[in-house]
Design a protein around this ligand. Sequence first.
Ligand SMILES: [Zn+2]
Length: 322
Amino acid sequence: MAGDQIWQPVATAGTATAVDDGTWMIDLGFQERSNVVLAYLLAAGDQLALIESGPTATLPNLLAGITAAGFDPARLTHLLVSHIHLDHSGAAGVLARDNPTLTVFVHPIGAPHLIDPSRLVASATRLYADRMDALWGEVLPVPMAQIAPLADGETIAVAGRVLSAIHTPGHASHHVAYWDPERAALFTGDVGGVRMPGTSYACPPAPPPELDPAAWAISVDRMRALGARHLFLTHGGRFSDVAAHLGQLMPNLAALRALAKTALLAGADHERLTSLIHDGMASHVSDPEALVDLEWATPSYLAASGLTRFLVKGGEVPTPAS
Ligand SMILES: [Zn+2]
């Protein structure tokens, strides 16, 4: 890997960008934008693995990317997901159906929701309503026989490397990051934040229902202690200014939390809080295109819901009227 490049750009949707020998970034072209949702392809010998699948809505781009990297998608052997949110693993069930020998790795707390996604889909439908299908596409169950639970510290030898699962709650209780010590590479899912290429602001995505800043702070400390030289974000790509990037996550989350608390105590409704959070992101990201991408990856309205729920639950603000 190049040592001095902070950001490695991803080309257009459905293409594969080589990161190193045996690792590719696939841009899933989510909402026809670049870098908003990525998957990482790992290959060596007869093993072909993905970290993250993205949603079913972008499956054609995922398969095109695997083909562009020179591989047959029907040969996929492993899918490792950071967590079960639909932008990370929504396509797991369809991939498992189409590849009966595929094994899906997920934290034990997340596994039941891949095996039976009905509660996950119901809760997503409350958030996205009639946009569910356009955003995510079909969500199929993953057969239990194709699930391999992976708890904290467990390792998996895959595609010529050994990856460790690092349980990193905060964004979601069952979130894991995947650590490749040989390459000093950390695949951060959402707990490493969302950051668009060419920008410096790393936004902690704060959707309901499991936002937990205290747990997130511990997860960031654990990630910092690994000594990673490269961060691979699901939303934004590869960044190599590791200390600066990880160092801003908790201050940025604290700023969002303070903004939300002040606004809610002043009587802001959901729409007003959403707009304030968007303005807050805009103050850090001056490029309007990057701001659009950031909004797709971590929508202000989800952060408004997540922060409100967290603050109400903790008794820091009263329950909003509506
Ligand atoms: Zn997520």
